[in-house]
Design a protein around this ligand. Structure first.
Ligand code: SAM
Length: 220
């Protein structure tokens, strides 16, 4: 089933350049994604005192919600490859007065700079589908490595599940403008399952007719 997922052929440097150029306008451009990211945060049910990682934090909208929920005794870490996104997110965290519990770095999701079992929970919204099919297991393997036993991973992703006309249109646009439409729908639940996560919850939604999956996996 994963065979029909479109490849992603652009190098990491190209992704960095695109997200750098979009960072100041990203919230305006991608505002409609926020409610699906919130569904993922709700599914992750972060608790006060937990150590949480966000991968591909973008402009930092979800980081703020995570940092408020973990409270003073918890901590939030985030990685992103775009320095433009890092600057926007950092400013947002500072403005919210949450700098003491949030630490953000410029790193690649495929090589996380953390020790094994360093986190209770991890969150990734509209980011897993940016990676080429062969890289996705590497990224999820890194997520598993840095989660403790029983740790939770919530993924929000454009989905190929159920297909439909909008999936075809999106995939066409992805092939036509691969630098700008750099992600494409994937099978999120199967992907997490194949990476060794036990699926604890899964929901589906629709964004402008495009399927979205929200999946919670447990490091069993
Ligand atoms: C589509 S945006 C989503 C941002 C945010 N999660 C949200 O929901 O608004 C994808 C983010 O992933 C980041 N990203 C892309 N490739 C990455 C990589 N290899 N490692 C870490 N982050 C990456 C981009 O810089 C961008 O901030």
């Amino acid at each position: 089933m994963q065979d029909d997922v479109s490849p992603v052929n652009r190098p990491r440097e190209a992704a960095r350049a695109v997200y750098n150029s979009m960072s100041r306008w990203y919230d305006m451009m991608a505002g409609s994604e926020a409610k699906y990211a919130d569904m993922g945060l709700e599914m992750l049910t972060v608790q006060p005192g937990e150590r949480v990682l966000e991968i591909g934090f973008g402009t930092g909208r979800s980081l703020i919600a995570l940092a408020r929920t973990v409270g003073e005794s918890g901590s939030v870490r985030g990685v992103d490859i775009s320095d433009g996104m890092l600057a926007v997110a950092q400013a947002r965290v500072e403005k919210a007065g949450l700098s003491e519990r949030v630490e953000l770095t410029l790193d690649d999701a495929a090589a996380l700079p953390y020790e094994n079992a360093a986190f209770d929970a991890a969150f990734m919204a509209f980011t897993l589908e940016l990676f080429d099919t062969l890289d996705i297991p590497l990224v999820l393997g890194e997520c598993r490595r840095v989660l403790r036993q029983g740790g939770r991973m919530a993924v929000v992703s454009l989905s190929r599940q159920g297909g439909g006309r909008m999936v075809k249109v999106y995939e066409w646009a992805h092939r036509r403008w691969p630098a700008w439409i750099d992600c494409r729908p994937i099978y999120a639940r199967q992907t997490l399952d194949a990476a060794g996560f036990a699926i604890a919850n899964a929901a589906r939604a629709s964004m402008w007719g495009l399927p979205v999956e929200i999946v919670l996996g447990i490091k069993a």
